[in-house]
Write a protein that binds this ligand. Structure first.
Ligand SMILES: [Zn+2]
Length: 503
């Protein structure tokens, strides 16, 4: 008879393979010698094949089929794991094996051509691959589709279970209108802060010393993590005792690494604090992107842009950076720290303009899958939207449609998670403020109550609960962009000294 232990043993094998794959991925982006890529590709391909076999092979299929027929041998935990494993299987297991393999090959080629197109600053080099990837996805969507209303809903659901285009349209419309109104207000009634001092030289060692100390105060455990240099920062978790973060440095822009490390440490905090009962089954219980981002952005924006936090932290940072900021008062520092400016590049955007970058991508992706807009039209669509929403003229493909790797990786439907992370973070913050006195906590220098709240209400659940469900359970309300807009209104009204600014 098939037992729960057999199911868990099979998933544990998948989890161990995922850990090795993660370790290889982390190494490739941090310390791997430049010439080792070719051999490493063989190792990664081998691991991917093994993982595919374990996750979708005959043994797994038998286990799932047995429990589908008779689930009486499963306790509550077993039922959860079974549902997650079935869902994990459906993403790849429902596709014909040959198509799946061809699709993976197309993706790896597409990434090379994306890089070539970037080098030549010419979208047309990448365009045939985008067309191919979209054609594959349009072929897969009916195989994945269950009760989703539109083709794009199917893609969205793979990253953000439970959310759909109808709900997201309403949320993003409100968000877009709110951001654009606030930006207009800042331009007409606001006093733009001076932020020149932010480019004063701070050595990498000074930046590292401050950012790591502050991240540890927020709870990131360096006995279960580490910080390395990379080009595009990320967090990679092997397991809850090994959640590694990375960053990049610019000695004339310390804000980038400080907020970047806060962000990645937020991802690391989540992974370090998932309940031990999920150790063996992590592979089929990925934490949804939006909830993960809500925790990195909680560190970066809700804490890392908060006035009360910096009131406590600025003297510590000044001491670490001494004497460079000795002549900058706290008020001057904080106003400069919050300054907002539209940028062409999404990853360089500040919190206020960031969601507009996501809304642009969301609207384009929806146009591709639900309105069948031709791929050749996308660069113009991109330029039009940047002009309309951010007031920016896109000069070329490199700073326009070629800036993100996501489409080359086939990740259509993924972008909205980033904006949702911002919204969730603010909604959690509003709930936390009902029971936690943040001003008092920051002033005390002991941030444990914030850590404890996040661990109890969010982190320990890992990927067990869908994001929409966590949000309702924790905040008592479905997704509501009002909380984020309130936070932004308050932050920027203060920094830009708007006439009716609240403190
Ligand atoms: Zn992140």
């Amino acid at each position: 008879m098939t037992t729960q232990a057999a199911l868990i043993a099979s998933i544990k094998e998948q989890t161990l393979l995922a850990e090795i794959t993660a370790l290889s991925g982390w190494d490739a982006l941090t310390g791997m010698p430049k010439d080792a890529g070719h051999f490493r590709a063989d190792i990664d391909a081998y691991l991917a094949e093994k993982t595919f076999q374990v996750a979708t092979g005959a043994k797994r299929q038998q286990l799932l089929a047995d429990f589908k027929q008779d689930a009486s041998g499963l306790d509550a935990f077993g039922q959860l794991i079974f549902a997650k494993a079935q869902k994990d299987f459906d993403v790849t297991g429902k596709l014909p094996e040959k198509d799946y393999i061809d699709f993976q090959r197309t993706l790896s080629e597409a990434q090379d051509f994306w890089a070539q197109a970037r080098e030549a600053n010419d979208y047309t080099i990448f365009q045939p691959y985008v067309e191919k990837i979209i054609a594959y996805l349009k072929q897969f969507i009916p195989l994945w589709q269950t009760n989703e209303a539109t083709p794009y809903d199917v893609l969205l659901n793979q990253y953000e279970p439970g959310l759909n285009v109808a709900k997201l349209d309403a949320v993003f419309d409100e968000l877009k209108a709110g951001i654009m109104a606030l930006r207009t207000q800042l331009q007409t009634d606001g006093t733009t802060p001076d932020s020149h001092f932010l480019s004063r030289r701070i050595t990498k060692d000074q930046q590292k010393a401050y950012a790591l100390a502050a991240s540890q105060r927020l709870g990131y455990d360096l006995n279960k993590g580490r910080l390395d240099d990379t080009i595009h920062p990320f967090m990679e978790a092997l397991n809850r005792d090994d959640a590694r973060i990375t960053t990049r440095w610019d000695e004339h822009n310390f804000q980038m690494a400080v907020l970047g490390i806060f962000h990645e440490a937020g991802h690391g905090l989540f992974e370090q604090n998932v309940a031990a009962k999920y150790d063996d089954v992590r592979a089929v219980m990925p934490i949804s992107m939006s909830i993960h981002e809500s925790q990195s952005l909680f560190n970066e924006v809700m804490i890392g842009r908060s006035k009360a936090f910096w009131q406590a932290e600025y003297p510590k940072m000044q001491a670490t950076f001494a004497p460079t900021f000795d002549d900058i008062t706290f008020e001057t520092f904080y106003r400069g720290w919050i300054k907002t400016e539209a940028t062409l590049i999404r990853t360089e955007a500040d919190p206020l303009t960031y969601p507009l970058h996501i809304i642009i991508r969301y609207e384009i992706e929806k146009a591709i899958f639900n309105d069948n807009v031709p791929v050749a039209d996308l660069p113009q669509l991109w330029r039009d939207k940047y002009q309309e929403y951010l007031g920016l003229t896109v000069p070329d493909d490199l700073t326009g449609i070629l800036q993100d790797i996501h489409w080359a990786g086939g990740s259509f439907g993924y972008f909205p998670s980033y904006a949702l992370g911002h919204l969730y973070a603010a909604q959690f913050m509003a709930t936390m403020k009902k029971t936690l006195d943040f001003d008092q906590i920051y002033a005390s220098g002991d941030y444990t109550p914030i850590f404890a709240w996040r661990r109890e209400h969010i982190w320990q659940h890992g990927g067990a609960v869908d994001p929409g469900e966590i949000l309702v359970t924790v905040t008592g309300e479905a997704l509501n962009p009002k909380y984020w807009l309130d936070v932004m209104q308050q932050l920027y009204a203060t920094a830009y000294q708007l006439p009716h600014a609240r403190g």
